[in-house]
Design a protein around this ligand. Structure first.
Ligand SMILES: Cc1cc2nc3c(=O)[nH]c(=O)nc-3n(C[C@H](O)[C@H](O)[C@H](O)COP(=O)(O)OP(=O)(O)OC[C@H]3O[C@@H](n4cnc5c(N)ncnc54)[C@H](O)[C@@H]3O)c2cc1C
Length: 312
């Protein structure tokens, strides 16, 4: 429980660390998630440097302040009551990509955690680097994608990440190799250990610009025709259960188009829960719980949320 005095003190410290204009108090999280759902966070801060991030972590530890890190909020379901603590958002203020040279392993690039996947994809296209086409349409950041081992159309971050610079909860910075990242389906060592992704080094092959562009265009078109991109959502709601497709199980259980309050299973893609307007987090939870219950009853398959819940 944070008292008003605690809150005042936390605000002063946050402003000292990241600067007055980078601290937002009582910030509605619906403005920071692609689901357009979520109550207020006590604070939201947008640091610009690694030093600010490590100083924040040290402050959180010393003061036992609750916090979470986020990127573009494209895989988040934030509670209607919001979050009692500090949301640390690494997006455009913590972004940038550099080309670090080419050797016998391939072309090396460093991307800061807040870099949008689309922006990274366009940078790689300019440098004629191939292998990342799959990631270009994922509407998140490099940090969120590394943490989730995000993937699409046969590719995943595991295939392109050479190493990751992380901070631990004490604010110590270290570099993890691809192997140490322990990537598997929608999983990495980042979530297991509570690490913060600061930047990722990618290794890619030299390719042909026309072919790379054609690859990106084809996948963009696939997304546009298959996914409800015109409605707020957090992408695929559930992980793919081994041997099945979540969307197919949900469809076969009769949930396509089903609504609870403002939340609905998309008519276009049953794997997506969408916000039809005014959906609450409670609506989404009620709908997903019902889907899980019926799919389990009918098929014996346990669906697991891919979307990360915050503040519940
Ligand atoms: C329309 C749509 C399509 C999508 N398509 C795909 C797809 O094809 N494939 C796919 O894998 N996903 C997809 N997603 C889901 C989402 O885009 C990915 O999971 C993405 O990687 C999340 O990145 P983010 O920056 O938005 O992370 P957020 O949603 O902000 O955070 C997601 C998780 O990562 C953590 N996190 C974020 N940044 C950091 C950091 N720097 N360090 C440590 N932890 C961090 C958060 O705490 C949270 O647990 C889609 C989503 C939408 C809305």
């Amino acid at each position: 429980m944070i008292t008003d005095t605690d809150k005042g003190n936390i605000g002063v410290e946050l402003k000292r660390i990241v600067g007055d204009e980078k601290v937002y108090e009582n910030e509605p999280m619906r403005d920071h998630t692609t689901f357009k759902i979520g109550g207020e966070a006590d604070f939201l801060v947008t640091p610009e440097t690694i030093e600010q991030v490590t100083e924040l972590l040290k402050f959180f530890k010393e003061n036992e302040t609750a916090f979470f890190f986020m990127g573009n909020g494209s895989n988040l379901l934030v509670s209607d009551d919001g979050f009692r603590g500090v949301a640390v958002k690494l997006l455009d203020d913590f972004a940038g990509v550099t080309f670090d040279g080419e050797d016998d392993k391939g072309m090396h690039f460093t991307a800061k955690a807040g870099t949008r996947m689309w922006r990274l994809g366009m940078f790689l296209l300019e440098h004629e680097a191939t292998g990342f086409e799959f990631g270009t349409g994922i509407p998140g950041t490099v940090g969120g994608a590394v943490m989730m081992n995000a993937g699409a159309y046969g590719g995943e971050m595991k295939d392109v990440v050479e190493s990751v610079l992380v901070a631990d909860r004490d604010g110590n910075v270290k570099r993890l190799s691809n192997e140490e990242m322990d990537f598997s389906y929608r999983h990495s060592a980042v979530s297991d250990n509570g690490y913060i992704v600061l930047e990722a080094v990618l290794c890619l092959e030299k390719g042909d610009k026309q072919e790379i562009r054609a690859g990106i265009d084809a996948l963009t078109e696939k997304r546009r025709t298959k996914q409800p991109l015109d409605m707020p959502s957090a992408g695929s709601t559930f992980k793919r259960p081994e041997g099945y497709y979540a969307a197919q199980l949900i469809d076969e259980a009769g949930f396509r188009g089903r609504t609870v309050g403002g939340a609905a299973v998309s008519e276009k893609h049953a794997g997506f829960v969408i916000n039809k307007g005014g959906a609450t987090a409670e609506d989404v939870v009620a709908l997903t719980n019902e889907i899980k219950r019926v799919v389990m009853e009918q098929t014996g398959v346990e669906l697991e949320l891919e979307v990360r819940k915050i503040g519940f």
